[in-house]
Design a protein around this ligand. Sequence first.
Ligand code: SF4
Length: 467
Amino acid sequence: MTPVPPLPASMNPFVDAALPGLYVHVPFCLSKCAYCDFYSIPDGTLIPDWLAALEKEAGFYQDRFGLFDTFYLGGGTPSLLDLPQIASLMKGLRRHFTFSPDTEVTLEANPDDLTAEKVKLYQDLGVNRLSLGVQSIHDRELAFLGRRHNVRQTVAALEAARAAGFVNLSLDLIYGLPGQSLEDWRKTLVQAVTFDPEHISCYQLTYEPGTPLGRKKVRGEVIPATEEEERDFFLFTSRFLEERGYLHYEISNFARLAEPRKDATPTLTLPPQGGGNPSVASLPNNAQFLANEEFCPGLINNQESFYRKLETENRKPHYSRHNRKYWNHTPYLGLGPGAHSFQNGVRWWNTPSVEQYCRELAQGRTPVADREILSEEQLRLEVLFLGLRTREGVSLDLLRQVPGWEKTLHNLKKEGLLEVHQNRAAPTRQGFLLADGLPLQFMDEGMGEDDIYYALETSAKIPHLSF
Ligand code: SF4
């Protein structure tokens, strides 16, 4: 095992200092979803060993990372832990770390795990944000994705969370299922916003090698959405949610601007149970659908309006403060099997095996599998790649370091892919569609192959990047 990396003297010169975030990976799930390639095992017998190992790992870092202002309990399925286990985990971490009074504490939950008793305990333990893996509001789509919950359980979980007083809820949703129409997806979005969640993440379904869905794709048993359909889903989602007060602030993420309605009683209309295989559902004419104002009235085409609104009304969107640390290149510590960390230009990651993780820590060693020390050029590229996935964009000073940047910027503005606001260049909605294509435009032609390869691999190394 590689020892815990040393701290180099130089700080990342491209970003402001900010308090770090803490991530804990809970590597357990009751069963694997058909599309998922996150590290988790369906064997809860190792939970006690993992809890003991986790506290030991925290001990290695208590001097290096003293104070956090975000804490994200992700996985895997954190809501799988029973009440004494989750209480012991939080207590163990508090023995080693300090959390600022305004810490955002997020817990990822599966809807079928949430009971009134559990959400109450989460609150008592300081959890103030729940991220729910809702994915769809159609039972047949949930079954296709291999999720173990149904729509009724989602409704019950959201009701329990609101009843317990949670005022910061995030919903994860997936679009682009085989045969899914924009109308199917619109219904999911309509139902999702009924709950006024403070935050929504919308991910395009991907077919990862080695997953059941990935294998089905190879065997030709499912027909993935075409690039054109993916584009339609993406643009529709962005317009639909922005029209309803959600700022599209990162490629897959939306933060609500307004405060929750006082009468935020869920009025979800339950769809009929069962029936139909989404892979054989008929495809609608999406182009016609998109053109139909009835489905998306008064589209907001100019995202600048959101920023003016924020400035004049002095309102702060319900961002995921923790995930913004990844995108803003702020330091973070990841504990648990497979977790990644980043501080002072060094990235390191743990072994992705629960057994090995527990073994190393039981023997007094850190479970770090490897690390990389980023060169100044690599740091610059990461800030560029991460920044151009967000509506905050990147500082023009960063672009100025590339010969010919003004012409490139001018062309991208002309094509409607980038806009400049307060000395920063940020992607437009159309620009988001290019994902990593935009930063490639600002890479120095004289750059070494290693750096270009590094930049292209960036999204595989940073947590919570997907598209
Ligand atoms: S999607 Fe979430 S719940 Fe499903 S297997 Fe992956 S980590 Fe577990």
